[in-house]
Design a protein around this ligand. Structure first.
Ligand code: BEZ
Length: 396
């Protein structure tokens, strides 16, 4: 039998189909039909900062999982590149994510030199970038941009805090030692600024190329100079070796060693006795008992069978910041101005304590004074409350 269609039926069918399509459209960008949001993770998974990259990745994904595996209601697809903490490879690596994979958001990285290259590419391509560690001061200073955010710190912040504490402790002379690149230079610069403003004098600034760990000649020089205190910036595998070498040379008995908290964060297991008693300054530490930190530490330990460190906190907060931005637009990544506005005004409930962003999109947070006791970086005070960056020429 031939089926003839009544034109009225056709019109009705078109109307039904149209209504269904309308329903799908009105379900909006958050509907299951939307493509996944592409997140590019550019972090070190090899080299002296490998453990830092892993902590950030773990905690970033943990926060997303706690949010139902979604951003603004949309599923996530991850693209990952090992940047090896190598600035020379940074443009190629970032372009793999930006141009080849066409990510919606770039997340990275640890090393300031690599992050400076990423920030330039993010600006050139108008890609949203969230930095979960690298502290290069300029990124949220003169090079600040509407599409670039940081959930970690700026390098000078830890030095500023420790310089103040050492001046208050009436130390008169200091020697500084660091890897020679933006992170170390700026950390030491912050220390010198407040230590000398408080009456101290930095008598020698020592440095070696990143990521070298042949410290012996520097330890010999420090022993000869006999300063009241030594301030250093090292992190990851290099920090483990430096703290052990300092103790092996017997200097921990005669000249107090202090540093930006990266010196002893995530490293205490490997540093053992050599780290006992060290004072450091950082925006996180052991013994913070705010409810968010308690929940975060329990969830992280359950998921990864290890305790979180500061890098994990920063990765977690990078995801928390993106959740706020994407929720504001229900996952519609084309609404960039609204995303930026929501992220700029975000009040993040961070495991470190409450967190707001400066005009240049850098954290304003308390910097804690910590002391190594056993396997803990115990918080023993607040070195500087609500530390923000000087404007440093950011025009936003
Ligand atoms: C940096 O390069 O900015 C950095 C690396 C490790 C720890 C802290 C800062």
């Amino acid at each position: 039998m031939k089926v003839t269609r009544n034109p009225l039926h056709r019109i009705a069918a078109i109307a039904v189909a149209g209504a269904a399509a309308g329903l799908l459209l009105s379900a909006g960008p958050a509907s299951a039909q939307q493509p996944k949001i592409k997140i590019g993770l550019m972090l070190p998974y090899t080299g002296t900062f490998a453990a830092l990259g892993t902590s950030i990745t773990n905690a970033f994904k943990l926060a997303i999982d706690e949010n139902g595996g979604k951003l603004g209601g949309r599923e996530i697809e991850y693209f990952t590149v090992d940047d090896e903490s190598d600035p020379a490879k940074a443009p190629d690596n970032a372009n793999k994510l930006i141009k080849r994979d066409q990510v919606d958001v770039l997340v990275g990285t640890v090393h300031s030199g690599v992050a400076l290259a990423m920030a330039k590419l993010a600006r050139d391509n108008n890609t949203l970038l969230v930095i979960p560690n690298a502290g290069a001061d300029d990124i949220t200073g003169p090079l600040c941009a509407a599409n670039v955010f940081r959930t970690s710190f700026s390098n000078s912040q830890m030095g500023i805090a420790m310089g103040k504490v050492m001046a208050e402790q009436k130390k008169k002379t200091a020697v500084t030692l660091t890897w020679k690149y933006a992170a170390g230079d700026e950390s030491v610069g912050g220390f010198k600024e407040t230590f000398e403003a408080g009456g101290g004098k930095v008598i020698k600034e020592l440095s070696l190329p990143f990521p070298q760990v042949e410290f012996q000649s520097y330890l010999t020089e420090i022993a000869a100079l006999k300063p009241d205190v030594v301030y250093v910036f090292f992190a990851g595998g290099g920090a483990v070796k430096f703290v052990k070498d300092y103790a092996a040379a017997g200097l921990n008995k005669t000249i107090p060693l202090v540093g930006a908290g990266f010196l002893t964060d995530g490293t205490l297991e490997a540093q053992g006795d050599a780290a006992q008693g060290l004072l450091t300054t950082l925006h996180y530490g052991d013994g913070l008992t705010n409810p968010k930190n308690n929940a975060f530490r329990a969830a992280y330990a359950k998921a990864f069978k290890t305790d979180p460190d500061v890098y994990a906190v920063q990765g977690y907060d990078a995801a928390q910041l993106l959740i706020i931005g994407m929720n504001a637009v229900k996952g519609d990544t084309t609404k960039r101005a609204e995303i930026v506005k929501a992220m700029e005004s975000a009040k993040i409930d961070s495991p470190r304590g409450s967190l707001a962003l400066s005009k240049g999109h850098n954290p304003i947070h308390d910097i804690y004074l910590r002391k190594v006791e056993g396997k803990e970086n115990k918080v023993i005070g607040v070195a500087v409350k609500d530390l923000t960056d000087p404007p440093r020429g950011c025009k936003l």
